[in-house]
Design a protein around this ligand. Structure first.
Ligand SMILES: Cc1ncc(COP(=O)(O)O)c(C=O)c1O
Length: 463
């Protein structure tokens, strides 16, 4: 391991800056998603291959974002791309049904083992939206419980109490408020969502006793995949399953990040839980826009007569073919075992570095999708994120970009591991970039502290 504290030369970003200046004239923020709008630091990529990406200035990175999770095998995987190419030559969009769609949903049922019926959508957002509708229709109740810090997409029902920086915005611990993310969400919609605190079964029981007759479903990311992968405490999911059954409330697992990643059968298999409904996306298509929702036959059978679902591109050829091939690979090869072992190897390297630096920390999530929390306390809910040294994490992540590895520069987004990371020196490169960046950040803090003992430095970011 290197102990160099040298600052690397700043990345050449001239072409990206030019493209940003051009893009902001047409695309708000210069991108197609608020989550990618980083001002002049907005990244414009040229290509990806395996576990690597290259920006338009030619800088190469070990990709630890993997498109926020979907790319489970690697960028440009020939097995998937060749199959998709072959299928798409037959035409991509008919708004009629192809056998690829049937095959894709058969594979979802087969791999999960508990999903009886499923349908495709184009995004995870659509999948969770339709699940909420199905649950409301099935129970005749209107309210949905969601947990603070959990992200279920960008429809109005999902954008409640997601990821404020200031925990006070979530309301009192005993009385969480419905915090809409941004303007434009009608109060009438927000009022159907009841925010709850993760890992707190007692509070949920009290809520169900009071309002259970109004609650159609609880939607839960099995780990807080959008808040550093904060884990359920021992027994939480089993108790949640039992409690929802006791009150006739449906349990929706949002497996958009965990599905076909934690295990072939996703987090439901990993935690040994059978939910009533689940959403899938991301890893099911290795980056192609494939998503699905599914679950119990009696609930799903409300389609097509009683509940609305459609979409011009639902089940389109490209997505369906990508899902077929990706799910076959996940079923038939040891791709997931490779992903998990590679994630553990990465964690081993990081653990050594952080222990050497004598910093309190813990890993959250799963080796295939993990967060690094600089804190002694094990976080159990979103509010705990505020007590971690996430400023240090962010600084390290930004420093890693300069050193050829690209995690999200926001601690809430986990590192994602793909199968292709095992095929080259991606793990070593990522760990070395982390080590050098951590050292530079800590040196910067030490210097700032020496100059002003009251200040907490962020020297590298500022530099
Ligand atoms: C758990 C979870 N649910 C839903 C979504 C929304 O999926 P999409 O971005 O495909 O709309 C995401 C996206 O990151 C997610 O992480």
């Amino acid at each position: 391991m290197t102990t160099s504290s040298n600052q690397p030369a700043p990345l050449d970003r001239r072409r990206q800056l030019e493209l940003y200046q051009r893009a902001v004239k047409t695309l708000p923020g210069g991108t197609d998603s608020n989550f990618r709008a980083w001002g002049e630091d907005t990244i414009y990529l040229d290509r990806g291959r395996g576990g690597r990406v290259w920006d338009i200035d030619g800088n190469e990175f070990v990709d630890l974002r993997m498109g926020y999770g979907p790319v489970i095998l690697g960028h440009g995987d020939d097995r998937v791309d060749d199959y998709v190419n072959e299928r798409m030559r037959r035409g991509v969009s008919f708004s009629l049904t192809t056998e690829d769609e049937v095959r894709a949903m058969e594979l979802v049922c087969e791999l999960t083992g508990w999903v009886d019926m499923a349908r495709m959508t184009v995004s995870g957002t659509e999948a969770t939206m339709h699940l909420m509708r199905l649950a409301r229709a099935f129970t005749g109740r209107n309210k949905i419980v969601k947990f603070e810090g959990q992200y279920h997409g960008v429809h109005d029902y999902a954008l409640i109490s997601v990821s404020p920086n200031n925990m006070a915005d979530l309301g009192d611990q005993d009385n969480p408020v419905r915090l809409a993310w941004g303007r434009g969400i009608p109060d009438a919609v927000a009022d159907t969502i009841i925010p709850a605190r993760f890992n707190n079964i007692e509070r949920l029981r009290r809520l169900f006793e009071r309002q259970g007759h109004e609650i159609a479903a609880v939607i839960v990311e099995p780990v807080l995949g959008n808040a550093q992968g904060i884990l359920p405490q021992e027994g939480f999911h089993k108790e949640l399953r039992a409690l929802t059954q006791e009150f006739g409330i449906l349990l929706i697992f949002d497996e958009v990040k965990t599905g076909f990643r934690f295990a072939r059968g996703g987090a439901a298999e990993y935690f040994g839980i059978t939910p009533d409904l689940a959403s899938f996306a991301k890893a099911m298509g290795n980056g192609y826009p494939a998503a699905a929702f599914g679950g119990r036959r009696d609930i799903m059978s409300q389609l097509p007569e009683k509940v609305s679902h459609g979409g011009t591109y639902a089940g389109n050829r490209v997505a369906a073919a990508a899902a077929v091939k990706t799910l076959e690979i996940i079923r038939d090869t040891d791709a997931l075992e490779t992903v998990h072992a590679t994630g553990r190897r990465m964690q081993d390297g990081l653990r050594e570095v952080i222990n050497e630096a004598r910093l309190p920390f813990n890993f959250t999530g799963h080796p295939s999708m993990f967060g690094i929390m600089f804190t002694e306390k094990v976080a159990t809910e979103y509010r705990d994120w505020a007590d971690t040294d996430h400023a240090l994490y962010d600084e390290v992540a930004v420093g890693m970009h300069r050193r050829g590895a690209m995690p999200e520069p926001d601690s809430r987004e986990p590192w994602f591991v793909c199968e292709a990371h095992a095929a080259d020196d991606s793990v070593d490169r990522a760990v070395t970039a982390f080590e050098e960046s951590l050292k530079a950040a800590l040196d910067g803090r030490a210097r700032t502290h020496a100059a002003d003992p009251g200040a907490r430095g962020e020297a590298e970011r500022a530099g």
